[in-house]
Write a protein that binds this ligand. Structure first.
Ligand code: R1P
Ligand code: URA
Length: 356
């Protein structure tokens, strides 16, 4: 039977279950690994302590939660599916049913546009987003983010020395076409939001105990709103105007290493997370600090990420399933070890109350 929810602003059942992730207070730990694929979550769960019961919940919206103990510490492993909105559902709904600081590590997969190769690992120091500029596709431009030739106005100010303003017989202009302003281009690149620096460094240290240094990459991640268009994949069935997108990403962010679809939202929400309910602050103070891009220093969520490279976008190589199996085992334990090593007294205290 379907559950009944009340409060359209933040729907919950009478016993406090959230609408999409489907969990309630006491079912999720304050230390969380989030993955995309439910089978990756199951694989990680193999490392959980055998002498402690494992709580499991599959929601009707595709979220899969496992809570148990790892080396005696309460942890949750939550599979969220794919994309920025799924990360938003997960972070907000889990935040709503937990108390105290949350530590969240994303263990995902990615494509590489940097130094990495298939089967290697990326631990990003930060992430930006690449999103499709829907309005561009109404107004038009060329495939590379320049204004369309037919839009070029033949004014003196458009002319470079030595150019004429005559149109050719075919109607094409030889006027220099302007690179569109950033906000007018087909894909919008955001600023970078950093990972929690302590967890980022711990992940690298732990990984280097198990993998050669040249297989562990840092740099920046880009979270895209499509696996296809905003990751510069060709798709003849749609107008995507994404030729040269990876090149312009690297021009803007030479450190760009990986493309995937969730990490930016996790880092962004961690940065926007408030410790004290907003009603206890004046909205104006919070807004002012956000506008100045200042971290709200009472963030209740600390987040970091690491990704297995599944696709090499330079060579077009794609990962073999046997490599995935091996990587998930080695790296899965690294993520769990890191998750329980992050120091947070409050997290330890709060967690003990769970599932008791
Ligand atoms: C695309 O195939 C999916 O793989 C990556 C992307 O972020 C996207 O979700 O991550 P996961 O393997 O964690 O799902
Ligand atoms: N996940 C992505 O989002 N992109 C890739 O190329 C591989 C995994």
């Amino acid at each position: 039977m379907k559950d009944t929810f009340s409060n359209a602003n933040f729907p919950k059942t009478a016993d406090g279950r959230v609408y999409h992730v489907g969990v309630k207070q006491g079912e999720v730990a304050n230390r969380i690994i989030t993955v995309g694929d439910p089978s990756r979550a199951q694989k990680l769960a193999e490392w959980l302590d055998k002498d402690f019961p494992i709580f499991q919940h599959s929601s009707s919206r595709g979220f899969f939660t496992l809570t148990g103990k790892y080396k005696g510490v309460l942890v949750s492993i939550i599979a969220i599916g794919m994309g920025l909105p799924m990360m938003d559902f997960f972070v907000r709904e889990v935040r709503a049913i937990t108390d105290g600081p949350l530590i969240i590590i994303r263990f995902g997969s990615c494509g590489t546009i940097g130094k990495g190769h298939v089967g290697e690992i990326v631990v990003p120091r930060g992430s930006f987003s690449i999103t499709r500029n829907f309005d561009y596709f109404l107004d038009g431009g060329d495939e590379y983010g320049y204004e369309s030739a037919e839009n070029v106005k033949e004014t003196e100010s458009d002319l470079k020395p030595g150019r004429t303003n005559k149109r050719s017989n075919t109607g094409e202009t030889n006027l220099p076409r302007k690179r569109l302003k950033k906000e007018e281009r087909p894909y919008i690149l955001s600023k970078v939001v950093n990972a929690d620096s302590e967890i980022y460094e711990m992940l690298q240290r732990q990984l280097l105990l198990h993998l050669p240094p040249d297989e562990v990459h840092t740099g920046l991640n880009a979270s895209c709103d499509s696996f296809y268009s905003s990751q510069n994949r060709e798709d003849e069935n749609f107008t995507d105007n994404n030729k040269g997108l990876i090149k312009s990403v690297i021009d803007e962010y030479p450190e760009a290493e990986s493309l995937e679809m969730e990490t930016f939202m996790l880092f962004h929400l961690a940065k926007c997370s408030t410790d004290v309910p907003l009603t206890r602050k004046t909205q104006a103070v919070v807004k002012n600090r956000m506008n100045k891009n200042e971290c709200l220093n009472e963030n209740s969520i600390r987040a970091a990420a690491l990704m297995m490279v599944f696709a090499d976008r330079k060579t077009n190589e794609f990962v073999d399933p046997s490599q995935v199996d091996h990587l998930e085992s080695v790296v899965g334990q690294v993520v769990l070890d890191t998750l329980i090593s992050v120091k947070s007294n409050e997290v330890c205290v709060k967690s003990e109350k769970l599932l008791s």
